[in-house]
Design a protein around this ligand. Structure first.
Ligand code: RP5
Length: 174
């Protein structure tokens, strides 16, 4: 059993940290939380703003490892510096979710998150709800590297999704 599996199975302590720049990001980020809930992965949700609470961001990013966090999902919109600044202060995997902004429909968020300089990676997902959902699934996939139980759940999830597409063929007119 790996360290990840030990943490995953034996404690309610969060192993995934979902952080976002504002409570207004929650309707997007809850799609990541829903996936972690479905897979039984302990997680936490926190508002940590790169611009409005920079000291909280430093505290969160620098203490994440010692708190037992294994993966960070960071969502932000507009001038979305939260994922990149988080990645600058931790070697944990940081999954960046571009929240769909009102002014530029999330293109600003996407470009702010994806264009990291070489050496400080952020794994950037799609804009909006699909990106948040896939961030949750990516976090599960990372944790599944050390958990056969989680791997089996992920494989079952994917098989069910595939079966649903085949079943949906019957919904179309002949
Ligand atoms: C960003 O600014 C947040 O991530 C949010 O997407 C955006 C707008 O924040 P609010 O003005 O709604 O708090 O920092």
């Amino acid at each position: 059993m790996s360290n990840t599996e030990t943490v995953y199975q034996s404690t309610d302590r969060p192993v995934v940290g979902i952080i976002m720049g504002s409570t207004s990001d929650w309707p997007t980020m809850e799609h990541a939380a829903n996936i972690l809930e479905e897979f039984g992965v302990p997680y936490e949700n926190k508002v940590v703003s790169a611009h409005r609470t920079p000291e909280l961001l430093v505290d969160y990013a620098t203490k994440a490892v010692e708190r037992g966090i294994k993966v960070i999902i960071a969502g932000a919109g507009g001038a979305a510096h939260l994922p990149g600044m988080t990645a600058s202060m931790t070697s944990l995997p940081v999954l960046g979710v571009p929240v769909q902004s009102k002014a530029l429909s999330g293109l600003d968020s996407l470009l702010s998150i994806v264009q990291m300089p070489g050496g400080v990676p952020v794994q950037t997902l799609a804009i909006g709800n699909a990106g948040a959902k896939n961030a949750g699934l990516s976090a599960v996939a990372i944790l599944a590297l050390g958990s056969d139980d989680l791997r089996a759940k992920l494989d079952a999830y994917r098989a069910k999704q595939t079966a649903a597409v085949y079943d949906s063929q019957n919904d179309l007119p002949v």
